[in-house]
Structure formats: C-alpha cells, structure tokens
Design a protein around this ligand. Structure first.
Ligand SMILES: Cc1ncc(COP(=O)(O)O)c(C=O)c1O
Length: 312
C-alpha cells in the first residue's frame, strides 16, 4: 500500500473525500498540522512533534481531542496499517464543520491523517535558493495549515529553477518556505532564534543538539543579507529535507528592495518571476561542518531504525 488515510476515527485505503464543505480548515485555514518522518517503521522524534503540535493548538485556542498517548497510539497504528517503513505521516486538526462565521462556532475539531511512502532525501550536489520577501504574519511559530505565503514563495522558487525559497524580512534571513536556514561563518554555526518569526523546526532542534555534542560553536542569531559575504557554508533543515547543503542563493534584481522594505503599494503579483537573477552567495570550497552534521544526523536516523518498534 502506498498511501493510508484516516479521517474522523476511521482508516481508509483510498482518499475518503468525506470532509465537509463547511469544514473551517477548508473555508478559513483554521487548523494546525504536523509532518513526521518514519525510518524503518519508527516515527522519528515523535514526542518533539507532539510537543510542538500541542503548542500550536493552544496558541490558536484549538481543542485537541486526543491525549499525547492517544496520538502516539494512532500514529503507530497508522504506520503499521500502511505497511510502509519509509514514510511520512501528515496530520492536521481543524476546528471542524459549522455554518461559516468567523468566530468559534463551538464545532468539534476534526483529525485528518495521511501516511505516504517517502524515499530518502535525494543526494544533491547542493541546492539553489531564491531569496523571497518574508511578508507572512507575525506568528510563524504556529504550524498553521494557512500556508498561502509559503506556497507562493515555493512556486516562485520553482519557476526560477531553485529548490527552495529563502525568506528575508527587513534584510534579515528568517528561514526557508518549508525549512530552517543555517550559516557557517568563521567556524561558527548561525541560525535564526526560535522567536515568533520562524517555525521552530524539529530538525533544527536536533541539529542544535548534534552541534553541541560535536563541540561546534553555535549562535541562535539571525544572519542578514549583507553578512552573506562572510558566510562559508549554508544548509537547510526539515523533516523531509533532512540536512540539505546549499550551493547558491539568487534573487531577482528588480525585487531586491522588497527584501529589505515592506512597500506600502500593493504589488501587482506576489509571484516573483526571476527574469534577471543576481547571485547573492555561492559555495566556493568544501563544506566540512555541513558534512560533519550530516554524518551525525545519519547516525541519529540509524539509531531510530534500530529501536524496537512500539506495540500500538
Ligand atoms: C516554514 C518552515 N520552517 C521550518 C520547517 C522545518 O521544520 P521541521 O524540521 O519540524 O520539519 C518547516 C517544515 O515544514 C516549515 O514549513
């Protein structure tokens, strides 16, 4: 089986297409989600994902109908039923269905969960990032299903032939459209602090631990576009991205001011066509620190694979 679906207490082999037209996730994006990677049949870092999920729910006053133990049981059961040992589990919780009003209508929250086969992140000679203005709301730490800004950033990157969008707010690099950003300068590792302007990545949390255990000096401090000239290595992290080395960062020359200033005039399009790309940064030599962290990450994955499976 390649994909397993769960909705409202039941498992399905095919998309049950049962979500109400009046589901608030569908109408408002009123919900939150998580994605967990499964290695060798074991969900990786599940407790950390559930911790972040609970934080997202409480931030938006969303009733979480399941206890931590119930979630763990449900996710293991779904993975077991999927027969997939290399997979990703996506789940979301919405505020449920009710006639459309903006305030909370007192509806029952609804759980949707999908287990999908996932092959290992493709080996890469280094990714290209497109710098894109980060004009998302100010509560990015909530893992909301409301991902329109991320979708537009990713589509713009895709059109530019880039692998990921690198979001920049007021000249400060925050993170990727679906990943966290890391920089090495003078032997030190930098990443944006886990404040309201980034999603506190679970992979980011692991990489911080790995860096500490390897004795790599690490600063949770943002890097600006102008500081890129002092940067030797760049990589991105995420649950499905793992640790992705970056080869270059580009931007559309006519949009450079947008990376530093929020203009009052509404732009004609939020899609960012890259007609005259300029290179903001390029990898010049080896990336030894990225490689050390990738090796440590591979060890952590191997450890996950070797754990005994939980009996749901
Ligand atoms: C905006 C954003 N930042 C960072 C991440 C990385 O988070 P994680 O490592 O938990 O997958 C994601 C993952 O979806 C994301 O969407």
């Amino acid at each position: 089986m390649s994909t397993l679906y769960y909705y409202d207490g039941h498992f399905y082999d095919e998309d049950p297409a049962k979500v109400s037209l009046e589901d608030r996730g569908h109408e408002f994006g009123d919900g939150v989600y998580e994605v967990v990677r499964v290695y060798g049949g074991r969900p990786f870092l599940l407790e950390w994902h559930l911790e972040r999920f609970e934080r997202s729910c409480s931030a938006i006053g969303l009733h979480n109908p399941l206890s931590r133990e119930d979630w763990i049981r449900l996710i293991h059961e779904a993975v077991r039923r999927s027969h997939e040992s290399e997979a990703q589990v996506y789940w979301q919780l919405t505020r449920g269905a009710a006639p459309r009003v903006h305030w909370f209508p007192g509806s029952d929250s609804k759980v949707t969960l999908i287990v999908r086969a996932q092959t290992a992140a493709a080996p890469t000679g280094g990714a290209t990032l497109l710098a894109y203005p980060d004009e998302r709301w100010a509560h990015v730490f909530v893992k909301t299903i409301n991902l329109l800004p991320n979708v537009l950033a990713k589509e713009s990157a895709h059109r530019a032939g880039a692998d990921e969008a690198l979001l920049v707010r007021g000249g400060v690099i925050t993170e990727g459209a679906g990943s966290n950003a890391w920089f090495v300068s003078d032997g030190k590792l930098y990443t944006h602090p886990a404040d309201r302007h980034i999603l506190p990545g679970i992979t980011r949390r692991l990489v911080l631990q790995l860096a500490q255990s390897l004795g790599i000096p690490t600063l949770e401090r943002a890097v600006t576009l102008s500081e890129l000239r002092n940067v030797e290595e760049v990589f991105m992290t995420g649950t499905t991205t793992e640790i992705l080395p970056v080869q270059k960062i580009i931007a559309e020359s006519s949009r450079l001011t947008q990376l530093s200033e929020l203009e009052d005039a509404p732009p004609e399009s939020l899609l960012y066509e890259c007609v005259n790309p300029v290179e903001l940064w390029a990898q010049t030599g080896e990336a030894p620190l990225t490689e050390r962290l990738r090796a440590a990450f591979a060890d952590a994955v191997a450890h996950c694979r070797n754990q005994s499976p939980m009996n749901p």
